[in-house]
Ligand binder design. Structure first.
Ligand code: SAM
Length: 239
């Protein structure tokens, strides 16, 4: 049996989505570099780059790589987002465990280094529609998605390649995920969206007591629309 680093289920699921023919993986915001170490140990990649903006996390990454004696195959680089990479240097770019708005901003700031054959593996902790919106607008096609529940959190993992088609995701696909939407009976999907419906209900009842500035009204309309999408997708009766 291969001796491998013990990592979270979330990072393991991301690793399963790395294509088999990957030579170089870049993990942006790698922190402890658990993902690149595990991906190498599982035989998923030949080499990896662990990118980190923070000095402390970079030192943690170096320590993990040293502990597992992977210095010859995993390199650390300090820098902001995709700026640590050369054009087409990585076949697969992972950006995981951050807010969706930050992931979108990292992609928007550094997309020039992504080649037509780069695969993106993204795991936002929130604001998933913003990440899907960026992919859709910039000509990326989502071809795999996973939803997992771990330690009381739901995590969506989005895998995208360059598309030959112009983006055409609907509002509903942006919200639920174009692939995840096809499996509404999945228990994790049902649990997540039932929870999201409740969250919107609470927010809407607090908003109805608040002053109705135009921006608040717009937010209210969006939550109401999302609630009815959730009811439709879960085939609920309106309560
Ligand atoms: N990717 C790992 C995971 O999924 O478990 C670590 C996630 S950790 C919560 C987020 C990491 O992203 C932090 O170590 C932080 O320093 C790093 N980070 C935040 N913004 C970044 C940026 N613009 N470029 C590179 N790293 C960034």
């Amino acid at each position: 049996m291969i001796q491998a680093i013990d990592i979270s289920e979330r990072l393991k699921v991301i690793t399963t989505l790395i294509p088999d023919d990957t030579h170089v993986l870049a993990d942006i915001g790698s922190d402890h570099a658990y993902l690149p170490c595990y991906a190498y140990q599982m035989g998923k990649v030949n080499n990896a780059i662990a990118g980190e903006v923070g000095y402390g996390p970079l030192r943690s990454a170096e320590q993990t790589i040293k502990t597992w004696e992977l210095q010859s195959v995993i390199e650390t680089r300090q820098g902001d987002g995709l700026a640590v990479l050369e054009y087409a240097e990585a076949d697969v770019v992972v950006i995981a465990g951050m807010g969706g708005a930050l992931i979108r901003d990292i992609l928007a700031a550094g997309h020039q280094i992504l080649s037509p054959t780069t695969t993106l593996l993204l795991q936002p902790n929130n604001c998933e529609p913003e990440v899907r919106g960026w992919l859709n607008d910039e000509g990326w096609a989502i071809h795999s998605e996973r939803l997992i529940q771990e330690n009381g959190h739901y995590y969506e993992i989005i895998c995208a390649d360059r598309s030959r088609q112009p983006g055409s995701l609907s509002r509903k696909e942006l919200l639920f995920g174009p692939i995840l939407l096809h499996n509404p009976s999945d228990p994790a999907f049902r649990a997540k969206w039932s929870h999201e419906w409740d969250k919107r209900k609470k927010i809407l009842s607090s908003l109805s007591k608040a002053t109705m500035a135009a921006s608040v009204q717009e937010k209210k309309r969006r939550f109401q629309r999302e609630q009815s999408y959730i009811e439709e997708v879960l085939s609920w009766e309106k309560t």
